[in-house]
Design a protein around this ligand. Structure first.
Ligand code: AP5
Ligand code: MG
Length: 224
């Protein structure tokens, strides 16, 4: 079967990570989140992590050269050969062009860019109530998706914390950066004929069902 290579696109808090966890399991794809990769570098105390953290805490994009090096390496790894799910990348036209070039070089192609749409007010509500686990970044929401025991991850028992960049003023800045730098990718992928839109206001299961059905159809079409 042809590999399934997907991009999850959408503002901060749209539910990219939430949906990625589910889709990864449905279709056995490598989940590649640049945000998670950067946070792992910060946690390990690397030089790259220290440099990236300044941009992340300010709600700005980390420079392209850092991100592109990470992605080129990651999509060439063994577990990404049957397909990948990019979450939080690309985030501007330069990164999208660089990804296109990497795919051409590897004789690979993009299956779809999945856009999850939500309003700014909903983004603020979601991010203000988000909790993530310290060990693997599993995602919860105090109101919309609470863990079974307060502040403890259902999956690995580690403590739940708030992300450093989930403060209201940083959230506002991240939304501005999204609008200015990332939103142009909606037209970019529409023009390329690969954009699929999803209503992200529905509950996580409904959003998941819609995306899963669309991806399943695209995979069937690929087989024909
Ligand atoms: P990144 O980690 O990618 O953050 P983001 O894009 O801002 O998105 P989030 O992770 O905040 O939200 P999400 O869409 O994953 O939502 P989630 O599923 O968690 O990037 C962080 C930073 O790293 C950037 O600001 C930048 O500095 C840097 N960076 C990363 N990639 C980069 C790149 N390519 N180039 C340059 N810099 C880069 O859900 C949010 C909350 O809502 C959760 O609490 C969840 O439980 C809840 N929720 C989810 N779905 C629903 C639903 N349907 N209904 C109700 N609640 C829901
Ligand atoms: Mg995320």
């Amino acid at each position: 079967m042809a590999e399934t290579n997907l991009i999850l696109l959408g503002p901060p808090g749209a539910g990219k990570g939430t949906q990625a966890e589910r889709l990864q399991a449905d279709f056995a794809l490598a989940h590649i989140s640049t945000g998670d990769m950067l946070r792992a570098q910060v946690a390990q105390g690397t030089e790259l992590g220290a440099e990236a953290q300044k941009f992340m805490n300010a709600g700005e994009l980390v420079p392209d050269e850092v991100i592109l090096g990470m992605i080129a390496q990651r999509i060439s790894e063994q577990d990404a050969q049957d397909g990948f799910l990019l979450d939080g990348f690309p985030r501007n036209v330069e990164q999208a062009d660089a990804l296109a070039a990497m795919l051409v070089d590897g004789q690979r192609r993009l299956t779809a860019a999945l856009l999850i749409e939500v309003s700014d007010d909903e983004v603020v509500r979601r991010l203000a109530g988000r909790r993530v686990c310290m060990k693997s970044g599993h995602v919860y929401h105090v109101e919309f998706d609470p863990p079974k025991h307060e502040d403890v991850c259902d999956q690995d028992g580690s403590r739940l914390i708030q992300r450093e960049d989930d403060r209201e003023e940083t959230i506002r800045r991240r939304l501005e950066v999204y609008r200015r730098q990332t939103a142009p990718l909606i037209d970019y992928y529409e023009d390329a004929g690969v954009l699929r839109r999803f209503d992200g206001r529905r509950n996580p299961n409904e959003v998941h069902n819609h995306i899963r059905a669309t991806v399943a159809t695209l995979r069937m079409e690929d087989k024909l």
